[in-house]
Design a binder for this molecule. Structure first.
Ligand code: AGP
Length: 612
């Protein structure tokens, strides 16, 4: 989704730093980009372009003087108004002395716009953001200092925002403010940075200061900064912290797409998520992140998992795992629904948020909802230092590294791996499944490697099914969330209509859709329920439906029954989801490629969904 980068420093490298930062954020999905920088003559130069950051760079090349000691930039994912140059950020006031980039949505923008129009301000875009520079002008003109007027203006905004502001009035300082949208300052010796994602600035500094809600920061060209909490009207003293982890954007290497690269990283992802946490010598699981809440965890009698999209489906796998292995009732809710539900919530319930980015607005809102309930808030998060990672009481990192393709692949695998460890941890070793699962987790990377080695076979299957207009995914028990995730993967990158059903539900409606043009991907791997799934496949076959099955190696019978089968190595039912998901991802990838789609940046989607 939208991305923000800002620079202020002694060196005149603002434009380059911002463009480089915007490039690092490209993977998040966007439709236009823009930059505002302060020239040496203290005038503000604004450039915007529809499409790629590359287009913006092309425009900058036509400009004589792009040297800047202060600059802000933005990649926009349209919410209010079409993706046009006029709607692209930065937005500015009439005399172009103030420029603003904004992530989020200003909910009261219409009210503010009317008020400003009545005061004589004119608007040139369809965006909600444009009220901000005018509002800043209005208040700073009536205040003693720029910062005090800025504070008044920002205090009037409702909704969600991360802002970066540059002005000719204070050329040595740029500003940042946030409410419900991530923003971080990067601090260096003679420069300071602003970014919506640390990935945009870690090539310059690893010393960062995360802003909290209702904080306004002034960052200066000598690398110093002042933060004020404008809700409580007090100064905030917060030291920079060092990012120890590698936020590097990662290169494509020899891969054609990030999605392919990230699927090939899956064996290592499983290792990274489990290594050091499994002690095979003593047959124990050690989750450092949960140690500080060990006492509270003992009293938990229910877990509510909240997440969106793929993370939600990982949560559904987690539900089966935690209930079966640890015997604790689990409910999985879509974060977007959870936040508006009025349900009883006891103190014995823990809320577990799952998120790759750690910045998903709905999941953050779900965590906020229970803020004053006195309940334990846990996180399974990939992005270290992200908002969700910081707002939960405790949690377990996925350690999947940066995931750049919009379609989640290795992050899903890491989430399921971590949820498996959490289930084992919560069982206290009292489940008969404890040792077999621990043991199997060690073998999973090699099994994932063997699937990747057969990617060509999956590609052939994808070519056979690439023209389908609809697809059904079915599975039972652990196979059911896998079916849901497989259908999501196919629809998001290939735009083929795909639906998932619990196989047992076929007779209750979906069977009516089946004919020779409506293929089914059936998860028919080894499980105590396999025979029942086979019966469901028979029912589909009887209606002339084509069936592509994912089965377990050695099951020759299934080959005779279905149109096509892909075999995965034998594994426990509880650990199969990781292998099944890998096959589904590869299948969706090759179908999308065969249809000529941009797999890394599918239409209409953004990597990190920071608005409701
Ligand atoms: C999955 O392929 C999607 N990109 C999407 O469903 C994603 O999982 C969802 O938006 C949640 O994101 P998060 O894990 O970063 O919170």
């Amino acid at each position: 989704m939208c991305g923000i980068v800002g620079y202020v420093g002694q060196k005149q490298v603002g434009s380059e730093v911002v463009i480089e930062g915007l490039r690092a954020l490209e993977y998040r999905g966007y439709d236009s980009a823009g930059i505002a920088f302060l020239r040496s003559d203290k005038t503000l130069c604004l450039e915007k372009a529809v499409g790629r950051v590359q287009n913006l760079e092309g425009q900058l090349e036509q400009i004589d003087d792009t040297k800047a000691t202060a600059a802000i930039g933005h990649t926009r994912w349209a919410t209010h108004g079409a993706p046009t140059v006029g709607n692209a950020h930065p937005h500015y006031n009439a005399d172009r002395s103030i420029a603003v980039t904004h992530n989020g949505i200003i909910e009261n923008y219409l009210e503010l716009k009317q008020e400003l129009e009545a005061a004589g301000y004119e608007f040139v875009s369809e965006t909600d953001t444009e009220v901000i520079p005018h509002l800043i002008e209005f208040h700073t003109n009536r205040s003693k200092t720029f910062i005090s007027g800025l504070e008044k203006a920002i205090s009037r905004l409702r909704g969600a925002y991360a802002l970066a502001i540059v002005t000719t009035k204070t050329p040595d300082t740029i500003y940042a403010a946030r409410l419900s949208s991530p923003l971080v300052l990067g601090i260096a010796k003679s420069a300071a940075y602003i970014a919506s994602d640390p990935m945009a600035i870690t090539s310059h500094t690893k010393d960062v200061v995360y802003l909290n809600d209702y904080e306004l920061a002034a960052v200066h060209k000598d690398g110093s900064y002042d933060i004020r909490d404008y809700k409580r009207a007090q100064t905030v003293n917060r030291k920079a912290e060092r990012l120890e982890h590698n936020h590097a954007s990662g290169e494509l290497g020899n891969y054609e797409h990030f999605m392919l690269k990230e699927m090939h990283e899956i064996p290592d992802t499983i290792r990274a998520a489990t290594q050091g946490r499994i002690r095979p010598d003593s047959n124990t699981v050690k989750l450092g992140g949960l140690e500080s809440v060990a006492d509270q965890l003992r009293f938990i009698d229910r877990i509510v998992i909240v997440a969106c999209g793929t993370s939600y489906y990982a949560g559904l796998v987690g539900e089966y795992l935690i209930e079966e292995i640890a015997g604790i009732p689990v409910e999985v809710q879509l974060a977007s629904e959870f936040k508006y539900r009025n349900e009883p919530f006891s103190r014995g319930t823990a809320l577990l948020a799952i998120s790759q980015s750690g910045e998903t607005a709905d999941t953050i809102a779900a965590l906020k909802k229970v803020e004053n309930y006195g309940v334990l808030r846990l996180g399974v998060v990939n992005a270290v230092g992200s908002t969700i990672a910081r707002m939960t009481d405790s949690g377990v990192y996925c350690h999947a590294g940066p995931e750049q393709a919009v379609a989640s692949t290795k992050a899903f695998v890491a989430q399921v791996s971590v949820l498996t460890l959490i289930a084992l941890h919560l069982s206290g070793g009292n489940s008969p499944l404890y040792k077999p699962i621990l043991h199997e987790l060690e073998h999973l990377p090699a099994k994932a490697e063997s699937i990747l080695a057969q990617a060509k076979d999956i590609e052939k299957l994808a070519h056979k099914y690439k023209d389908a207009r609809d697809f059904l995914f079915i599975g039972r028990n652990y196979g059911y969330p896998c079916a849901l995730e497989g259908a999501l993967k196919l629809k998001e990158i290939s735009y083929i209509h795909a639906e998932a059903y619990a196989a047992g539900e076929m007779k209750h409606g979906p069977l009516a859709m089946i004919d020779e043009n409506f293929p089914t991907l059936a998860i028919a791997t080894d499980s105590p329920l396999l025979e029942k799934t086979i019966s469901n496949i028979q029912e589909i076959k009887a209606r002339k439906g084509l069936v592509l099955a994912i089965a377990t190696e050695g099951n020759k019978d299934i080959k005779r029954l279905v149109s096509d089968a892909f075999y995965i190595p034998g594994s426990l039912e509880q650990t199969q989801p990781i292998l099944i998901a890998l096959v589904e991802m590869l299948f969706a990838y090759y179908v999308a490629i065969a249809n000529g789609h941009n797999v890394d940046r599918p239409r209409n989607l953004a990597k990190s969904v920071t608005v409701e």
